[in-house]
Design a protein around this ligand. Structure first.
Ligand SMILES: *Cc1c(COP(=O)(O)O)cnc(C)c1O
Length: 220
């Protein structure tokens, strides 16, 4: 199957899941996760009309996206992997959205860089819903207060929450927890769901799904 056929299939599945959840497919942003794929593999998906992409590494993205954004100026790039504070300048220059705000230090440096560069990015706070020690994200108990501090202390407007459920667990309860926390924090956007579980995520109200291998094939 070509990338284009896989993209069509994912879009169909999104629209069926949206119907079931009584949502408009338009309310769900499909982020095509192109990490590990080079510009020549990404271009056909851009040519097929997909405009929102996700990457998990700043440095890898700097190698392929400035050129692709020149070819496709309306492409939007989301950072879905951890952000190191020493990469914040590059990240703010290249990305349009960051899903992984999860600690004070990143909030401070992001706020500073967005002002310095005169850019406003769409920001999500990552929540470690499974409280896994090796995983990034703020703990569910601290999430609402952290969102509030981003606004009042750092002047950062957070638009949504993001999670990556534990690999070996039923994702539903994690998606439900993320939705509940977003309601408490007064946020509307939910970044949740990947190739294996995006339909479940839509059932739980996902507004942004991050789909890699179902579009680009396996990462080998
Ligand atoms: C790689 C990645 C995805 C996409 O994963 P697939 O299983 O290939 O769809 C989604 N979210 C994050 C944070 C990722 O790193």
């Amino acid at each position: 199957m070509s990338d284009r056929e896989r993209l069509d299939e994912v879009l169909n599945r999104v629209s069926v899941a949206a119907d079931k959840a009584e949502l408009a497919a338009n309310d769900i942003t499909l982020i095509a996760v192109s990490k590990t794929f080079d510009a020549d593999s990404i271009r056909p998906v851009l040519k097929a009309g997909q405009r929102v992409f996700g990457e998990n590494r700043v440095q890898e993205s700097e190698g392929k996206w400035p050129g692709l954004k020149e070819e496709f100026p309306d492409a939007r790039l989301h950072l879905i992997g951890p952000l190191q504070s020493n990469k914040t300048r590059e990240a703010v220059a290249l990305f349009d959205a960051i899903h992984t705000v999860d600690r004070e230090k990143i909030a401070v440096t992001l706020a500073k860089e967005m002002v310095a560069q005169g850019r406003t990015l769409e920001l999500f706070v990552q929540v470690n819903t499974g409280e896994e020690p090796q995983k990034a994200g703020i703990s569910p108990r601290e999430a609402v207060a952290f969102v509030e501090r981003c606004k009042t202390v750092h002047g950062l407007s957070i638009e949504g929450l993001m999670c990556i459920p534990p690999f070996d667990e039923n994702p539903g309860p994690h998606f439900a927890l993320l939705r509940k926390l977003a309601q408490e924090a007064g946020l509307e956007k939910l970044s949740m769901g990947m190739s294996a579980d995006f339909e479940t995520a839509i059932e739980f109200g996902a507004t942004h799904i991050r789909v890699g291998s179902a579009i680009f094939g396996s990462r080998g």
